[in-house]
Ligand binder design. Structure first.
Ligand code: PMP
Length: 304
């Protein structure tokens, strides 16, 4: 069960957690048009700070732009509402979930006459793929489901409906006893997991798929910039599942999953089947960055 906090921001008002409700004919519940963000607020030595708020907020608005929906608040208003919601819930660390969705009004596929509603919820959320996964790595299964083609579902938007594909893949992987599903694109190249981007390391070079059928992950961008700052070569390049099998190391990135090592793919050990040196180093640096202990990237933090 999700751990309750005190208030949820809904269309400009902070309502008690238990009262944050919608009508059953809310359009998005039926047709899936809405988009969400996942943001983390971390405890740092100088107070709690939201990681890359500006970039998440920009993606939130870009999702609306891509979907052709107009949000009834400005970017500045939503940024302030996020900060306010975190502050009033008095949590030192939390996960933040802004959501815009097509609200109650007409039924039928056309959404243009319906209101766009917005909510912001926050709650405590530990390691998404488990503490054990974060420390020792997770087991992946290449999914029988294909990741979205770029022109079927627009993958740069975090549209709620896009996650039906992720949910089917995740359920299949869990049913088969794995921790997470890896999806390939429509040409068969490695795309992403159900809620994370993928990286491989081979001969000290890091590779991640280019921004074709994947979400433009903010953790992906952070880790690429941290790696480059460390003088590590980073390439955005398509690769195949067998290149993943034969990589020295592999890991996932995402706001929820942070930087999680991959120890096994399709019952084959990746490298030695435990987090490799580059993965461990990047994970350590990533946590230094989010906790404000890496001076170069302090600008990524918004203190509460
Ligand atoms: N891909 C998908 C499909 C996702 O849902 C997420 C999580 N937002 C990511 C990648 C990682 O993105 P980010 O690092 O911005 O959380």
């Amino acid at each position: 069960m999700v751990e309750e906090s005190k208030y949820i921001w809904m269309n400009g008002e902070l309502v008690p957690w238990q009262d944050a409700k919608v009508h059953i004919l809310t359009h998005a519940l039926h047709y899936g048009l809405g988009a969400f963000e996942g943001i983390r607020c971390y405890k740092t030595p100088t107070g709690s700070a939201i990681f890359r708020l500006h970039e998440h907020n920009t993606r939130f608005f870009n999702s609306a732009l891509i979907a052709g929906a107009k949000l009834p608040y400005s970017k500045e208003e939503i940024a302030q509402a996020i900060i306010e919601t975190v502050r009033l819930n008095e949590l030192e660390e939390c996960y933040i979930r802004p959501l815009w969705y097509v609200g109650y009004g007409e039924m039928g596929i056309n959404f243009k006459n319906n209101p766009i509603d917005i909510s912001i919820a926050v709650w405590p959320w530990g390691a998404y793929l488990g503490d054990e996964g974060l420390q020792n790595g997770i087991r992946l299964k290449v999914s029988s489901l294909t990741r979205h083609h770029v022109n079927i579902s627009m993958t740069k938007a975090k549209i709620c409906g896009n996650y039906a594909n992720s949910q089917l893949a995740k359920a299949e992987a869990l049913d088969l006893g794995y921790d997470e599903a890896l999806m390939l694109d429509e040409s068969g190249f490695v795309a992403e997991c159900t809620g994370e981007n993928v990286f491989v390391v081979r001969d000290s070079i890091i590779k991640t798929p280019p921004l074709t059928s994947i979400l433009e992950g903010i953790t992906r961008d952070s880790v690429m910039k941290i790696a480059m700052d460390q003088g590590i070569h980073v390439r955005e390049e398509l690769f195949t599942r067998d290149q993943l099998y034969t990589s020295d190391e592999a890991f996932l990135t995402g706001t929820a999953a942070e930087l999680t090592p991959i120890k096994e793919v399709d019952n084959r050990l990746v490298g030695e089947g435990k987090p490799g040196p580059t993965t461990k180093e990047l994970q350590k640096l990533f946590f230094e960055v989010v906790q404000g202990e890496y001076p170069k990237f302090k600008g990524w933090l918004t203190y509460i």
